[in-house]
Design a protein around this ligand. Sequence first.
Ligand code: X8Z
Ligand code: ZN
Length: 621
Amino acid sequence: MTRTLLPQPLMRAALAALSLAATTAGAQTTPAATPKAPAAPATKATPAEAKQFAQKLNADLKQLWTRQATAEWIKSTYITDDTERNAASVNEEVMAYVNGAIKDSRRFDGLTLDADTARMLHLLRVSQTLPAPANATQRAELAATAAKLEGLYGKGKYCGKDGKAKCRDLEELSDVMAESRDEAALLDAWQGWHSISRPMRPLYTQLVNLSNAGAKDIGFSDLGTLWRSSYDMPPAEFEQEAQRLWGQVKPMYDELHCYVRGRLAKQYGEAKVPAGKPIPAHLLGNMWAQEWNNIYPLVEPFPGQADLDVSATLVKQGYDSQKMVKLGEKFFTSLGLKPLPQTFWERSQFTKPKDRDVVCHASAWDVTYENDLRIKMCIKPTEEDLVTIHHELGHNYYYTYYYKLPVLFQAGANDGFHEAIGDALTLSITPSYLQQAGLLSAVEKNDKNVINLQLKDALEKVAFLPFGLLVDQWRWDVFSGKVKPADYNKSWWAMRQKYQGVSAPSVRTEQDFDPGAKYHVPSNVPYTRYFLARILQFQFHKALCEAAGIKGPLHECSIYGNKAAGQRLQAMLELGSSKPWPEALSAMTGGKQMDATPMLEYFAPLRRWLQEQNKGQKCGW
Ligand code: X8Z
Ligand code: ZN
């Protein structure tokens, strides 16, 4: 991952995605000059030369990606036309450099290379999430378009239907989605945020055309194929792999959907939430209906049991952002991992500045690829943000354990791994851990509490699965041309209905561009990684619990304070992307396949209960 604002992986993805250009020497080059991809010699290429080429590549990329990450950090923490243009200009250089390097690297095709060199050249070819065409004008246009799209998202505000109300940003509108139970207010907040993405449509169309041309230029049929090529298997196979995993978890999602719909019908009426039909997307407590934990009070299985509301305690105990991040760090250090560097505390953005627009979407960075760790968030004292802090620190801990590798290996085993680290640890945030941290009073261990807790978890973890998958199912179709610009919105809602079983809360037209209301679309961050991570994190959790020697049901295990688990985790983190992901997975779990069985095992008690509840219901949509 490039370290940019995006969660590291994202970062790198973002940065890299927006990649580089070229001039001369490697690391010693003057900062202003872009390195030039190593030149082709007149004689026949040799493996020794390929190795040298890869060395110079790593040096060049470290320099370029650092400049890129620096410009991206500045832009994301201070959105102006100037910072946008500045970042776009560095991105343009990076893109040109990487394109040139990929083409130059072709001369080593067919040679038998040492494993590291071969892997580095492969990683170079799949490193960009936003490749540019060779034409300099088009490249500049792509970089500017990408920057504008992200800027539109970051600056997005809704000022009421007549434009005269107090303007609200995503954070304020998200609070309405999370807390309000007034259908009209929910609809207004939902429609309001979805109006900010309308102007993105022509820009996004342009981004698709230009980046597809860029992907073709480096040998991929379209951008989606390039994205799918970074999983150590042929892209077509990866497509099937994602569907196989979805097949494993879909029955569990359907059970949750059925139960939640029944409870929402009680809250909002059968007319609004009819049986056998998709759930309107504004009633699930989240702007994208991607995680449903905010409606837990509406669907709580056994009211009157132990209070699971951590947010209230955070507020009561006066937790500020710093204290919340410290609590997150403590989880990692309890495993024997090192503390975050002092610079992390000095350079991170924890809260939203009052005086300027910033990209609030949480991300983790290593700006210089040298342990220059940071997070960028707009933290509020909520349980949701506490979980996100652990997620982001997971990225930072990956960075900190692989930053000594050559930059091309400074990434997750695959991008899903990067997203899964912090999440895997949050599975150890059990009631007994929270009690120990003083954030929850004693939770009696009884069947009702187990179901309450599991349902709360499922609203976050299980509910997310189809959304995690569909964002890129839609983009893959857009990039391949299967979905044309004239059908962008229609096809988006077809995907949302097919996978999530949710429907648009009001009439949508092709004037709207609803995919653009989700951060990762305008900022061009691939999304399948989050789907993989939801599944991988349970595999990691199971493996870490086993390493810790903890017996008993998976949903009760907490590895907090266990050094053996920490060592197992560290061994995988240190590999970065130096080995194909099945090897990294094997270092952690002993197996080489992504597999949802541990997730199903974790939720086994809840599933039995849901099946009981859903008896006689008309499930599905
Ligand atoms: O974007 C993120 C992280 C940064 S990598 C905050 N996530 C996805 C999202 O918010 O949509 C984490 C969960 C899914
Ligand atoms: Zn992340």
